[in-house]
Design a protein around this ligand. Structure first.
Ligand SMILES: NC(=O)C1=CN([C@@H]2O[C@H](COP(=O)(O)OP(=O)(O)OC[C@H]3O[C@@H](n4cnc5c(N)ncnc54)[C@H](O)[C@@H]3O)[C@@H](O)[C@H]2O)C=CC1
Ligand SMILES: NCC(=O)COP(=O)(O)O
Length: 322
């Protein structure tokens, strides 16, 4: 039986997501099947599309036209300017895509970028991002955000919170869960039989024996010790400034970081165009490009589809090996 197509959400219609979906179709139409969940009226008109009623139709349609599972939106599509009338539609599309991935009608969910503030303002969206919303939709308490490329895999243990809240949010139990879910995800979704994890410290020099902060010793080290007692190959806490040069990266399969930018700066610096955001711990496969809505270039036709193409390819590979 052929693999079901991947569900690709439209994301914020004022961003670059729709342009990238059209470019990804042109690049992948003969390689892997996906369908776009979007309002057909929001598309450029430059790419042949076929409106489908059932995801399975995408398998036949894909070589000749971009399959679109229609979702009507209330607002218009103005590049660079999100219409609050569209916010509800953006959220509904994510939920529909997750339902299709959970039911097996889609082999995976690939999400295009959303604008978090536009959703908060327009739809009172209470989540800081897809990751947390998908955890809710998948009915799981804990999920992990991983940014993955051939150069590096990183996991921020705390995600979209103010930097001032990081020390209090980082707990031994939470970090232990992050380590456990990451190791499990590397085994089951990346095919790494015995994953090696390196955990970054929070403070400069990983606290330098308490001279530069206490959390490395009192919060992070106990989580590592607990994971090691479970038999996991985990080391740290390591000074974050020396974890990402080439020979350091060769020693681990994923770096667990204390906060968003500690993880995403090295990931996006090394591989902005190839990076894929993967949610681990969900009952279905979810990938996404690593970048955002890029309002500054929306509608200009210059957005680079590479990260979206990598996200679709990785989702396909994960679905095939399930
Ligand atoms: N998975 C998601 O839904 C994500 C959503 N976001 C959201 O996107 C919005 C904008 O975030 P920013 O920090 O401005 O990051 P951004 O990634 O949208 O843009 C940063 C810079 O990179 C450029 N850029 C991004 N993607 C590009 C592409 N494919 N081709 C060429 N240039 C590209 C943009 O033009 C801009 O100059 C925010 O609301 C943020 O929360 C950010 C990251 C992921
Ligand atoms: N900075 C990464 C990002 O914003 C992705 O968040 P999510 O929407 O995938 O949870």
């Amino acid at each position: 039986m052929p693999l079901a197509p991947i569900a690709l959400t439209c994301g914020e219609p004022a961003g670059i997501g729709l342009e990238l979906a059209e470019k990804a179709w042109a690049a992948l139409r003969l390689d892997l099947p996906f369908f776009l969940l979007a309002d057909p009226d929001h598309l450029s008109g430059d790419t042949p599309i076929s409106v489908i009623q059932d995801p399975a139709e995408a398998l036949d349609v894909m070589p000749n036209a971009l399959p679109v599972l229609p979702h009507p939106f209330f607002g218009r599509c103005i590049p660079g300017t999100p219409d609050p009338e569209n916010a509800e539609g953006v959220v509904e599309v994510i939920s529909r895509g997750a339902d299709l991935a959970q039911s097996g009608a889609a082999s995976a969910l690939c999400t295009s970028p959303i604008h978090k503030k536009a959703l908060k303002d327009g739809a009172e969206f209470p989540y800081p991002g897809h990751t947390e919303y998908l955890a809710y939709l998948g009915n799981v308490d804990n999920v992990v955000m991983m940014i993955a490329s051939d150069a590096l895999r990183v996991v921020p243990a705390t995600i979209h919170i103010p930097i001032s809240e990081v020390p209090a949010t980082l707990t031994t139990d939470g970090l232990y869960e992050t380590i456990r879910i990451t190791a499990d995800g590397l085994r089951t979704q990346f095919g790494i039989a015995a994953p090696r994890l390196a955990v970054a410290g929070l403070n400069p020099h990983a606290g330098e024996g308490g001279a530069m902060g206490h959390e490395d010793a009192t919060v992070i080290a106990p989580a590592i010790a607990r994971a090691q007692a479970d038999g996991l190959d985990v080391t740290g806490p390591w000074p974050a400034d020396t974890m990402f040069h080439a020979s350091a990266r060769a020693k681990y399969d994923a770096a667990i970081c204390a906060y968003h930018d500690q993880a995403l700066i090295p990931a996006k610096t090394l591989a902005f165009d190839e990076g894929v955001n993967v949610t681990l711990g969900l009952p279905f496969i979810r990938t996404s490009p690593d970048h955002g809505t890029a309002f500054d270039i929306a509608g200009q036709g210059i957005a680079n589809p590479s990260s979206t193409i990598h996200a679709l390819k990785l989702a396909h590979q994960m679905a095939k090996s399930r």
